[in-house]
Design a protein around this ligand. Structure first.
Ligand code: HMG
Ligand code: MG
Length: 304
């Protein structure tokens, strides 16, 4: 019998990774309601937005206003993505930032398309960002994208993922999230990749971030839970994708993750019924059913 962690920390990325890919602008008040609803449902880490170029990702414009209007709960962290010093300065001017995330890639082509620089340049750019954030007493999370495949380059070597993850850890990121940006990976590949990275960065500093493009996200989580991974990124209602990864669909749905972990007796602190309601509200606003099968089943049961 594999040994699973007693508890999993869920990093809710819907208000950022989810909404950044929506064709329609979501009003600031709705972004705030989404984040507050997620906190009420028990999520303790909720990505609140990004300080990136509004020309690159217009959906995340207004993050300053989101942070200004947000009711903050004790014990909840509201990280924001920051790609450079300009983003850091904007985060510093905004209200209440205590945690940021920088984002690198394991593939050169994706790095160019996403942040307009090579992997090496991105790490050099992040170095002062991480240092300045830490000098302010902020925590910094690091992302590695394309850990199981790249939309432009195809296969990605786990050794390259491990290298980039180790560099982010060395810069001072307390946690490294490993992103299957386009949702191509399958469970044994996910295990091999996590195994390779964990030889460089201890598994208790790693998180997994699976997109569900091909229906593999939950299986991939299950495949790595006995490798010391106890932090999983997910997105309410399976919102999301990535504007620089054509065809990438939403993240693993938080509802599906919570349902599975509840069933395994793994603690998450999340109230599934409340979470589902939050997912219905944002899905209604977007005019489509939630991508989460658990959410759909709960809604059907409620409708009788
Ligand atoms: P660039 O064009 O090379 O930047 O973009 P630049 O420094 O030359 O500046 C160009 C313009 O952008 C200037 O404005 C700057 O002021 C402005 P102009 O003078 O032309 O009017 N600018 C900014 N504005 C606001 N905030 C900033 C900022 N920086 C420059 N921080 C840059 C480089 C990194 C800015 C750009 O490529 C960018 O914003 N990229 C963000 C892309 C992004 O957000 N992607 C989605 C997040 S990553 C993801 O989803 C994957 C993840 O979920 C994990 C996974 O699934 O794998 C994390
Ligand atoms: Mg993502």
């Amino acid at each position: 019998m594999p040994s699973f962690p007693p508890a999993v920390k869920i990093v809710e990325v819907g208000p950022r990774d989810g909404l950044q890919n929506e064709p329609r602008d979501i009003p600031v008040a709705e972004r705030i309601a989404l984040i507050e609803g997620l906190a009420d449902a028990g999520l303790r880490v909720i990505e609140a937005g990004s300080f990136v170029s509004p020309r690159w990702v217009p959906q995340m414009a207004g993050t300053t206003e989101v942070l200004a209007g947000l009711r903050r709960d004790a014990g909840v962290s509201y990280p924001v993505l920051v790609p450079n010093m300009k983003g850091l300065d904007a985060a510093a001017r905004a209200e209440g930032v205590e945690e940021i995330a920088v984002f690198a890639a394991a593939s050169e082509a994706f790095s160019m398309r996403n942040i307009n620089c090579s992997i090496t340049e991105s790490l050099a750019r992040f170095s002062p960002v991480v240092a300045a954030a830490r000098a302010r007493g902020w925590r910094v999370r690091g992302y590695v994208s394309c850990v199981l495949g790249c939309p432009y380059e195809g296969e990605v070597d786990p050794a390259r993922v491990a290298e980039v993850a180790a560099e982010l850890a060395a810069l001072g990121c307390y946690e490294i999230s490993l992103g299957d940006t386009i949702g191509v990976g399958t469970p044994l590949q996910a295990r091999a990749m996590v195994g390779a990275v964990a030889r460089q960065v201890p598994a208790d500093r790693l998180a997994v971030h699976f997109h569900d493009t091909r229906g593999q996200a939950l299986a991939n989580v299950l495949a790595v839970l006995d490798q010391g991974i106890a932090t999983v990124d997910a997105s309410v209602a399976g919102l999301g994708g990535c504007p620089y990864a054509a065809g990438a669909s939403g993240n693993l749905a938080t509802e599906d993750l919570v349902y599975m972990l509840d069933g395994m007796g793994v603690e998450t602190g999340v109230d599934l019924a409340r979470l589902a309601q939050v997912g219905w509200r944002i899905s209604d606003l977007l005019g489509r059913p939630p991508a989460s099968r658990t959410s759909q089943a709960l809604r059907a049961a409620q409708a009788g």
